[in-house]
Design a protein around this ligand. Structure first.
Ligand code: R1P
Ligand code: URA
Length: 239
């Protein structure tokens, strides 16, 4: 059988109803090798690795998204449209914007602000509020009582040209900054599917502390456990 989508080289039926989605394709490989049983690689297109295996006997896939909302949007659109995926949980890294957060803390994003023009174009000047699926959010918060639950900022630029605007977001309660959740939440809503972002603090914008690339790739296991527990706990095969 031939692949059914443009950017994911998987055959029909090769991707599970629940997909964990890190930005880093090598984190996808680490998650598959570390957490899943009988994982097989279904796509290597553009190096954006995807795997399907099982966790506690239930099928789960892991698909890299790349960095930024345009890249995430390509993969998540194809997962929902071409592979009938029901739930996507981003398992990402993020930068802490508040001193209440420490390196390696978990952040569960109830909603995602953004500086991206993607939704401005879609909604023609209206301010859409991209939010997590409530069932997934509640399940993840139950699975990780230590996590911070709240707003994050999905920025288009890793290297901010106007850091004062990030500070203003933090002054309005935004906990952390990353680059994909806003598009994920918006596209999931458009398709009537479930989405959540669970992130690990990889660097601290206030204190300047940071983790290494190898740590971001291979040591953020707690967010993976939380995502698997939440994603499989709520009946992911339902429409
Ligand atoms: O570690 P990932 O999941 O890629 O997430 C964060 O890391 C990248 C930037 O270094 C961006 O994709 C950002 O959202
Ligand atoms: O997008 C990101 C991810 C981690 N840390 C940041 O500062 N930004």
């Amino acid at each position: 059988m031939a692949p059914v989508s443009t950017h994911i080289g998987a055959e029909a039926g090769a991707i599970a109803p629940l997909v964990l989605m890190p930005g880093d394709p090598l984190r996808a490989r680490w998650i598959a090798e570390t957490f899943l049983d009988d994982a097989t690689c279904y796509s290597e297109v553009r190096g954006m690795l995807g795997y399907t295996g099982t966790w506690q006997g239930r099928p789960v896939s892991v698909q890299g998204s790349g960095m930024g909302q345009p890249s995430m949007a390509i993969y998540v659109n194809e997962l929902f449209r071409d592979y009938d995926v029901q739930s996507v949980i981003r398992v990402g890294s993020c930068g802490a914007l508040s001193e209440r957060l420490a390196l390696r803390d978990l952040v569960i994003a109830s909603g995602a602000c953004t500086d991206s023009s993607m939704n401005r174009i879609t909604f023609e000047g209206l301010d859409y509020a991209p939010v997590a699926d409530f069932g997934l959010l509640r399940a993840a918060a139950d699975a990780a009582p230590e996590a911070h639950v709240g707003l994050i900022l999905s920025a288009d630029s890793f290297y901010a040209t106007r850091p004062e605007l990030t500070t203003r977001m933090a002054e309005h309660g935004v906990l952390a900054i990353e680059m994909e959740a806003s598009a994920l939440y918006t596209i999931a809503a458009r398709h009537g599917r479930r989405a959540l972002a669970v992130c690990t603090v990889s660097d601290h914008i206030v204190t300047g502390e940071e983790t290494t690339a190898a740590e971001r790739e291979q040591t953020f296991g707690r967010m993976v456990e939380v995502a698997l527990t939440a994603g499989l706990g709520i009946g992911t095969t339902a429409g």
